[in-house]
Design a protein around this ligand. Structure first.
Ligand SMILES: *[C@@H]1O[C@H](CO)[C@@H](O)[C@H](O)[C@H]1NC(C)=O
Ligand SMILES: *[C@@H]1O[C@H](CO)[C@@H](O)[C@H](O)[C@H]1NC(C)=O
Length: 261
């Protein structure tokens, strides 16, 4: 028991007496191809002298900052790594531009001078996103629908990486899973970009019309970096004559296109 207490005490002393503290390693989860990104590594030396700050991608060192060296910054070439040296310091590295091969695990390691040689490190994963080259579009809609008609439409995204996630809405409500048809994304081109397709199939019933109006919306998202939707509105001539319905192709007025990043 007594020896355990001593051991605990030694551990506690070690924690407090030698103390480089890594306060934050900030690696964005998603970045956009051809943009730049700032990787941050914040630390407190707590009385120690800094020997080096090193950055690794997937276990390979690509950036080293040693304040005693002249110049202090050293770069090691790696696939997918383009360091903006002007903007890179002891506590941040700017990569510009980001490539698909920049996807990976980034580790920042801070070490102290002799005698402690204490080393602390932490990491974050970054995924490079290629935004879709086109907005999602809705196809297969007929110009006119009557009650009892089969609606069979597809929503197709632009090419992207990773694949866009598509969701169907009928009158602003998510479509029931039983009405949705899943298809495998289509992979194309040198960069193996992906096209997502999601089908929607159902028979037109009175409940699908809100005040004689039916709205079909397809929402396309990639994590939090991409968010776009396309909407088609199907209308009845007059509420009493519900059977005759008309489909309007999405035009500027009823196409909502918001890009969030
Ligand atoms: C890098 O530095 C230049 C000026 O040297 C500045 O215009 C640019 O915004 C900086 N980029 C980043 C990502 O900090
Ligand atoms: C939707 O796309 C799938 C996959 O390409 C295709 O097999 C199907 O026929 C399409 N449906 C419509 C209504 O266009």
């Amino acid at each position: 028991m007594w020896s355990l207490l001593v051991l605990l005490q030694i551990l506690l002393v070690k924690e407090t007496a030698f103390g480089i503290k890594l306060t934050e390693v900030r690696v964005p989860k998603h970045t956009i191809k051809d943009h730049s990104v700032r990787l941050e590594c914040h630390y407190e030396m707590e009385g120690e002298a800094l020997y080096a700050v090193k950055w690794y991608k997937d276990g390979h060192e690509f950036y080293r900052y040693v304040p005693r060296d002249s110049p202090p910054v050293q770069i090691f070439p790696r696939e997918g790594i383009n360091v903006d040296v002007q903007n890179s310091t002891n506590d941040q590295v700017v990569l510009d531009p980001i490539e698909l091969a920049s996807t990976g695990k980034y580790r920042c390691e801070v070490s102290a001078e002799a005698p402690s040689f204490q080393t602390v490190s932490d990491h974050g994963e970054m995924t490079v996103v290629v935004l879709p080259d086109e907005d999602p579009h809705i196809s297969g809609g007929k110009p006119r629908y009557q009650l009892g008609d089969a609606v069979r439409v597809n929503c197709t995204s632009g090419r992207s990486k990773p694949a866009v996630h598509l969701t169907w809405y009928i009158n602003s409500e998510p479509a029931e899973p039983g009405l949705v048809r899943q298809y495998e994304p289509v992979v194309s081109g040198k960069d193996k970009l992906e096209t997502s397709i999601l089908g929607l199939e159902f028979r037109v019933k009175p409940k699908h019309f809100k005040r004689g109006d039916m709205k079909l919306k397809c929402l396309a998202t990639i994590s939090t970096v991409y968010w776009k939707s396309n909407e088609e509105s199907v209308e009845g001539d007059k509420p009493q004559k519900a059977p005759m319905l008309e489909s309007r192709k999405a035009v500027a007025a009823n196409t909502r296109a918001d890009r969030v990043q």
